[in-house]
Design a protein around this ligand. Structure first.
Ligand SMILES: O=C(O)CCC(=O)C(=O)O
Ligand SMILES: [Fe+2]
Length: 325
């Protein structure tokens, strides 16, 4: 097991930003101008593959040229604000994260996969919607302070410490309703999710992944039969990992086909129960917030479909998403 560092290496120029980020696991800051938003919308519509449906990050695309061009453009446009707010960082990767309208565009509760050695470094997302966010159109929900609950190694093959309370935990996550061009800088270890986009319009987000300038990539993999209940395997990855990794959309639970194995590490596979949630976090009743936001959407659909069959299916899918596990 590892310990988090007592003090995170500084990445924000402004001490207040650094303090809020360390305390809560996220901080909100103005990021894109209206012109920059327009440029990025044009870039997305020019570049994106035609077959995108549901929830679609450009990192899932098999088209590496698309991933690479999206990365270059997002970093080019974001440079002004990144330089304004951040110091001593390396910018690793820019991606579009898109939610097309529809019930299949939700993202379940998770922490992002580990990409760095968190005993020394922090992986940070600069997550910026190009539209005003509402609960209906795929806002992000976070559990403030959850980034420091347990030191974790994360990846699709590794159980999450909140798996035993996967349904209950949703009701503790808070919506972050930022406006178009406002950034949520968040620690990749914070617990978060986003409901489906039930509006009629596409929700485009840019996500720029940054970390300290001296960080090296790490990924982690667990195979119960091989590693048992107290160990997992670490891999060193090179700086092009996000552009070249081919297992995001597919085979994500398999042993990484790229990178250099660093051997086994000890891990205690933490887990929590309902009482832990009740004792540590105020309730947001997120499921009710989302369900209350839905009827308007349902009414729209009824008008379009002249019947309730489709809306029932949508609602059922939405329920399934949150009760999936
Ligand atoms: O864009 C979103 O709604 C959430 C994306 C997310 O959490 C992820 O891709 O890991
Ligand atoms: Fe995420």
């Amino acid at each position: 097991m590892f310990q988090f560092p007592d003090k995170m290496l500084r990445v924000f120029r402004d001490e207040q930003h650094q303090e809020s980020f360390e305390k809560d696991g996220f901080v909100i800051l103005p990021f894109y101008t209206p012109e920059e938003i327009k440029t990025l919308e044009e870039v997305y519509h020019r570049l994106h593959p035609v077959d995108e449906k549901g929830f679609f990050p450009s990192t899932f695309s098999q088209n590496k040229d698309y991933r690479h061009q999206a990365d270059t453009e997002i970093r080019r446009v974001g440079k002004r604000s990144v330089e304004k707010y951040c110091m001593d960082i390396k910018e690793v990767f820019g991606a579009f994260i898109v939610k097309s309208p529809g019930a299949d565009s939700g993202m379940c509760v998770h922490q992002d996969m580990s990409l760095v050695d968190e005993s020394r470094f922090t992986g940070i997302n600069i997550w910026v919607p190009l539209v005003d966010l509402t609960i209906e159109n795929g806002a992000i929900f976070v559990l403030p302070k959850s980034h420091r609950l347990f030191p974790t190694y994360r990846g699709s093959s590794i159980p999450e410490f909140f798996s035993p309370v996967m349904n209950d935990i949703i009701d503790y996550l808070q919506p972050v309703l930022v406006k178009a061009g406002e950034a949520v800088f968040f620690d990749q270890s914070i617990i978060h999710f986003s409901p489906p986009n039930y509006s009629n319009n596409i929700r485009i987000v840019t996500n720029t992944y940054i970390t300290h300038q001296t960080t090296e990539y790490r990924t982690f993999y667990w195979n119960k039969e091989q590693h048992g209940n107290q160990h997992l395997e670490a891999f060193a990855q090179d700086n092009n990992f996000m552009t070249n990794f081919e297992q995001f959309g597919d085979n994500i639970r398999d042993r990484p086909k790229v990178g250099k194995s660093l051997g086994l590490l000890e891990y205690n596979f933490p887990s929590i129960d309902k009482a832990f949630l009740e004792q540590n976090f105020p309730k947001s009743n997120a499921r009710k917030l989302i369900a209350d936001a839905l009827p308007k959407q349902k009414e729209n659909k009824v008008q379009h479909t002249a019947g309730s069959t489709q809306t029932t299916t949508l609602f059922q899918k939405f329920r399934n998403l949150f009760e999936r596990v």
